[in-house]
Design a binder for this molecule. Sequence first.
Ligand SMILES: C[S@@+](CC[C@H](N)C(=O)[O-])C[C@H]1O[C@@H](n2cnc3c(N)ncnc32)[C@H](O)[C@@H]1O
Length: 252
Amino acid sequence: MRVDIITLFPLMFKGPFEESIIRRAREKGILEIYLHDLRMFTHDKHRTVDDAPFGGGGGMVMKPEPLFEAVEKIRERLEPPPWVILLSPQGVPFNQGKAKELAGKRNIILICGRYEGVDERVREHLVDEEISIGDYVLTGGELAAMVLVDVVIRMLPGVLGCEDSARKDSFFHGGLLDYPQYTRPASFRGWKVPAVLLSGNHQEIERWRRRKMLENTLKKRPDLLERINLSRRERKFLEEVIDEYKVEKGRK
Ligand SMILES: C[S@@+](CC[C@H](N)C(=O)[O-])C[C@H]1O[C@@H](n2cnc3c(N)ncnc32)[C@H](O)[C@@H]1O
């Protein structure tokens, strides 16, 4: 996968993109990242990328010309044509499903906004999609671009050490949250690891994990359960968990 990022602050990406899994994905050639400084697509002495909004009001707006030129120059060299994304609080919410969809693309261009955002003509005539990483306003699109790249690349084959890791994460088990994880020591400050995990009985361990996924989701994100298709057995399981949960809550 190739990702081209258009930004006013390319140095912001240095740390996050040169460490850990992203660095390894780049070294393995699974991921290519190109950072483009938007000021390189300006032609005036001051390398102007923003201007005051028509109609007045505070702040500055990113001008359309450098953004169009940047995307068009990058696009010229790419086949298949890149999917152009504007990071924006007004975009579709980013989630695991959207990440999976993007992981299927060969070329992506990410536009990082700044100031009061971009001229509306960029939104209307240059980008394929606007994506938001959450219902809050960041200072710029750079952190959002890093989040998006991080989530998407861990879904690409060969990126994670253990191929199964991503599929075992929260949101992958048919939309449920992950089960609790434990490692050595089996007893820490008197807090013991659940006995079933030490039993060696894989069927029982699987059952326990499935139950804990339902329990975790019920306790932490009950809204997710409304969107999930559960089997009859799991529904029964969930009803048991709900009953136990009610009893537990009643005790508190
Ligand atoms: C200060 S914000 C501008 C917000 C703009 N006035 C609005 O309300 O839509 C500057 C830039 O940060 C990025 N940004 C801010 N919040 C974001 C979010 N939740 N998700 C993705 N990008 C975001 C966008 O690229 C945006 O153009």
